[in-house]
Design a protein around this ligand. Structure first.
Ligand code: XIL
Length: 340
């Protein structure tokens, strides 16, 4: 049987996995208990899962993940308080039911901004108050940088209605409700990309100068067999570390395909691909062990190849991004990460 993964990393950082509530029983649960000491909800702590209507909260599925983590002595991340996706419409409609982003009148826009920020503050206060004693690391905002959009900020409803004020409000509300012990992160993908990294850096620096309580950067790290380089990943972490911030790898997986390639390896993953994946996972984890002062955790976006968002995104095909295969057996990549 494979040696426990998180135990192998005890002197480095926690190792975690994103989970759905239905994985907390049966074979997936056994695999999780053996190999990880950190969990995050793959979907059930997102705004659409928690708050179907204003002032209405559905905690049950999120609570199950918290209970499982506690029962098994695991830490938790929260993902995510604010995002442009998986967020219910009620946030962005004015009292008359109109889409706030469509408002053109200046006074109307000002009123909408106020209302949206108030809703955000209430939402965050409720969620953080419920889980502050159980969850230490929080994705406060997710994916707000988009170099192709005006000002390098993603043109989400949040941004269109409030500018960057939603980010400020979100972090301040989380700190106020959760206290100084919570670690508050700004999370994004492609943080190795120089353009994106630099825009994120500039934003975080501005926010810190205004006293906005940001503790760290979450790097999703959805990578593939070729991109990005391991050096670009650690370089980005170095830059934020130099700013006095923590880093966490929050959604690690390794696709078998490069971006824009919609091919399929077929039902069985070829051995040479498994070996390339192992070499690259090995290289990444060696660099992270070497530079462990840069980060405080590595979270995988899943645990085994039988359950991964990549098998339908960006198209339906065979994917195998994790360290365990579809039968939950350790892959060459598992050996590469644990043999040191
Ligand atoms: C994904 C989940 O894995 C899917 O089940 C869901 O359908 C869509 O969201 N970046 C993120 C995560 O921040 O929340 C996304 O999770 C994957 C990309």
């Amino acid at each position: 049987e494979a040696p426990p993964l998180a135990a192998a990393y005890a002197d480095y950082f926690p190792i975690g996995a994103a989970v759905e509530p239905d994985q907390l029983e049966g074979p997936a649960a056994d695999l999780l208990k053996r190999h990880v000491n950190w969990l995050v909800a793959e979907n059930v702590m997102k705004p659409d899962a928690i708050a179907p209507a204003e002032g209405t909260f559905t905690w049950e599925r999120a609570d199950r993940i918290v209970a499982f983590a506690k029962a098994n002595g695991m830490g938790l991340r929260f993902h995510t308080l604010v995002w442009h996706s998986q967020t219910p419409e009620w946030f962005f409609r004015d009292e008359a039911g109109q889409a706030m982003a469509d408002e053109t009148d200046a006074a109307g826009r000002e009123a909408n901004k106020k209302l949206l920020l108030k809703r955000l503050d209430s939402y965050i206060t409720a969620v953080v108050s419920r889980y502050k004693d159980d969850i230490s690391s929080w994705d406060v905002v997710n994916e707000v940088i988009e170099p192709g959009d005006p000002d390098g900020m993603r043109a989400s409803d949040w941004y269109k209605i409030t500018g960057t004020e939603f980010i400020e409000t979100a972090f301040r509300a989380a700190r106020k409700a959760g206290g100084p012990e919570l670690k508050l992160y700004i999370n994004d993908y492609g943080t190795d990309n120089p353009e994106k990294r630099d825009r994120l850096y500039e934003l975080v620096k501005d926010m810190l100068a205004k006293g906005v309580p940001i503790d760290g950067v979450g790097h999703q790290t959805h990578i593939n067999l070729d991109y990005p380089s391991v050096e670009s990943i650690t370089l980005s972490m170095e830059k934020f570390h130099a700013l006095g911030l923590d880093n966490q790898i929050t959604e690690l997986d390794m696709s078998l395909y490069v971006y824009n390639d919609l091919s399929d390896v077929g039902p069985v993953v070829p051995e040479d691909i498994l070996q390339r994946q192992a070499a690259r996972y090995g290289e990444l984890f060696a660099a992270l062990r070497d530079r462990k002062e840069l980060l405080s955790g590595v979270m995988f976006w899943g645990i085994a190849d039988d359950h991964t968002w990549l098998s339908t995104f960006p198209t339906e095909r065979t994917e195998a991004p994790m360290l365990f295969d579809r039968q939950h057996q350790p892959k060459p990549a598992f050996q590469a990460v644990t043999n040191f």
